[in-house]
Design a protein around this ligand. Structure first.
Ligand SMILES: [Zn+2]
Length: 80
């Protein structure tokens, strides 16, 4: 299913254009499921997690981490 990323990318690009133009109904708070074998789309409502460390009521993660440093970290140091 090599074309699947193209299909999902097209949906993502469309959502971005909708957000930029302020048109339509965005997929905010929804999960879109695409079944390529039956050619069907379904959406599910997703509730916001008020305890989420990123977007919850009291976020504790407020900036991007340094992935390069994080991924190359010596894991024996992480236990300290
Ligand atoms: Zn969140």
């Amino acid at each position: 299913m090599g074309v699947l990323p193209g299909t999902i990318g097209l949906v993502q690009a469309t959502e971005t254009v909708k957000m930029i133009l302020g048109q339509g109904i965005p997929l905010v708070g929804k999960l879109l499921m695409y079944d390529a074998l039956s050619t069907s789309f379904n959406t599910f409502k997703v509730r916001r997690d008020t305890n989420c460390p990123v977007c919850g009521d009291n976020p504790t993660i407020t900036e991007l981490i340094d992935y390069q440093a994080f991924c190359s970290m010596d894991h024996s140091e992480a236990a300290d």
